[in-house]
Design a protein around this ligand. Structure first.
Ligand code: IMP
Ligand code: MG
Length: 207
């Protein structure tokens, strides 16, 4: 008999698992929670993009030390790939910030963990998965700035320029995308889909 702990309580009472490939496993469509997504950015393109960002950071911080501040949870996969391509001395820190609940629209408010790592006199590189309205990154820069870092730079794998509420200067942006919601490579929809190794875009129109 299977031990009861092997039951995934998140998918219990639901005949459809949270993430499923369309039948035929063609990977042309995927179901995450209650929405369908189609392929958007391949693993190869993501890898090339992360490598491009790392090359620029390595060049810009030659002879310096970095504190990479990975913003959880969305930035963890990008951050994990990025740090392994850096060749400047690094300290790795994490900080939890959340701006989405279960939906696809930015809430306009963020919840930042109140225990910040010690960032004084450090060259802080903030690592975010995606910049949408910009609310999160603006708030993070403001709060981190209060900790007397030597410098603050920002790296985001993706950015949605048409959604930015104000003009943003993001030091290292991987790819600019449209306004539609994406999932995978650390980014979630309703908590699901972070484990996908490529990026998928919602098929239905976002209201
Ligand atoms: P902002 O504060 O509106 O810029 O939202 C930024 C945060 O919202 C990101 O760090 C993500 O966690 C989340 N987010 C924004 N757009 C998406 C998306 O298309 N898919 C998944 N998460 C997103
Ligand atoms: Mg995030």
């Amino acid at each position: 008999m299977a031990p009861s702990l092997s039951t995934n309580e998140l998918s219990i009472d639901d005949s459809t698992p949270p993430v499923t490939l369309a039948s035929g496993a063609s990977e042309r469509s995927i179901r995450v929670h209650d929405r369908s997504f189609r392929p958007h950015i391949s693993r190869e393109e993501i890898q090339a993009t992360v490598a491009r960002i790392a090359t620029k950071i390595n060049r810009d911080f030659v002879g310096q030390e970095l504190t990479v501040l990975i913003i959880l949870r969305g930035g963890m996969v990008f951050g994990a790939d990025l740090i392994r391509l850096l060749n400047v001395p690094c300290k790795i820190e994490t900080l939890r910030a959340a701006s989405y609940n279960t939906g696809m629209m930015s809430q306009g408010v963020i919840d930042v963990e109140d225990v910040f790592p010690d960032l004084s006199n450090r060259n802080v590189l903030i690592v975010e998965d995606i910049i949408d309205t910009g609310t999160t990154i603006v708030e993070l820069i403001k709060q981190i700035g209060l900790l007397q870092p030597a410098s603050v730079t920002v790296s985001a794998l993706l950015s949605k320029p048409s959604m930015h509420k104000e003009r943003l200067l993001i030091d290292y942006v991987g790819l600019e995308i449209g306004a539609d919601f994406v999932v995978g490579y650390g980014m979630d929809y309703a908590g699901y889909g972070r484990e996908l190794d490529s990026i998928w875009i919602v098929e239905d129109d976002v209201a």
